[in-house]
Ligand binder design. Sequence first.
Ligand code: NAD
Ligand code: UDP
Ligand code: UDP
Length: 312
Amino acid sequence: MSLRITVTGGAGFLGSHLCDRLVAEGHEVLCVDNFFTGRRANVTQLLPNANFEVLRHDVTFPLYVETDHIYNLACPASPIHYQFDPVQTTKTSVHGAINMLGLAKRVKARILQASTSEVYGDPEVHPQIESYWGRVNPVGPRSCYDEGKRCAETLFFDYRRQHGLDIKVVRIFNTYGPRMALNDGRVVSNFIVQALKGDDITIYGDGNQTRSFCYVDDLVDGFLKMMGTENGFCGPVNLGNPVEFTIAELAEKVVSLCGGRSKVVYQPLPQDDPQQRQPDISVARERLEWEPKVALSDGLKETIGYFRKVLA
Ligand code: NAD
Ligand code: UDP
Ligand code: UDP
């Protein structure tokens, strides 16, 4: 069945891949974006399609459209971008959630929130399970993002309890792939761009902190599976790749796949940078029959291919 689907943040990295998939499946897609970190170039391939439409709009303002499903992805995801205007970041998560939930309530749409592993903060439970409440600094430089996303989750669950909304909440762990912006600032794109240009690879801290990297296609599969659940399951559910690497290991892998002679330099670790992160995906395996399929080296090769073209 063809649905009318709204994707906020649809011109961003994850949003544009999601729009691609939804249009390919025959849905009518409205991409809503204020182009803060997203780019028109991410969705130009979709513009000729009559089922695709782009609306320049900031989700902190009300939005009146007719729609069956809403994927709420609008929010800068990279620390350098979400810390650029931290007040706007919290507004985007909180006012944006209220507006999209108000919209979902009015038109009785199903709505999915792109939450984050950052709700766990710098965790004392490892790997992270959904029932862990997290360890988040409420007054630090990452708080605008972490607390904004936590409050958005609260709003989603209260709209469900108070107004009976059909909500879905996914907690995304570090995801990478083609269409990350050159200046995105997150670790995978930084390392690849540095390696391809022959610049120094900047490791923050000693490189022993860990992350688990999910390839974008796997993540989009998870989005669609979660949105498709019909048994009232609303999450929160972790989506990410459970294979954990240190940042130093990632640097080594990227340099060896890119070739070149980049050397590693060490820079100060940003404040409140989580020491370890790995999703426990038992819930996703059981409730969604989902798990990532793309190994880090394969995903990195695709992503490196993309950045080679962009830099050429
Ligand atoms: P991104 O920065 O590429 O995309 C975010 C998009 O939202 C951009 O297109 C941006 O222009 C848009 N946007 C920002 N503020 C807006 C506003 N007020 N109104 C309308 N549009 C706005 O980042 P991404 O990696 O694609 O992340 C997408 C979503 O997934 C975000 O909500 C992010 O928090 C979440 N997430 C991503 C990751 C990841 O590793 N990629 C991990 C956890 C959570
Ligand atoms: N809203 C929106 N689009 C709609 C319906 C509502 O953007 O189609 C916004 C509206 O501006 C409101 C918010 O969503 O501020 C929350 O709506 P809700 O109905 O929950 O609350 P109320 O209107 O009672 O404040
Ligand atoms: N990082 C790094 N060099 C960079 C960018 C990031 O060493 O050029 C580190 C960063 O300090 C963090 C990890 O890589 O420990 C992941 O950072 P990213 O910003 O990608 O995601 P997040 O911290 O939100 O998980």
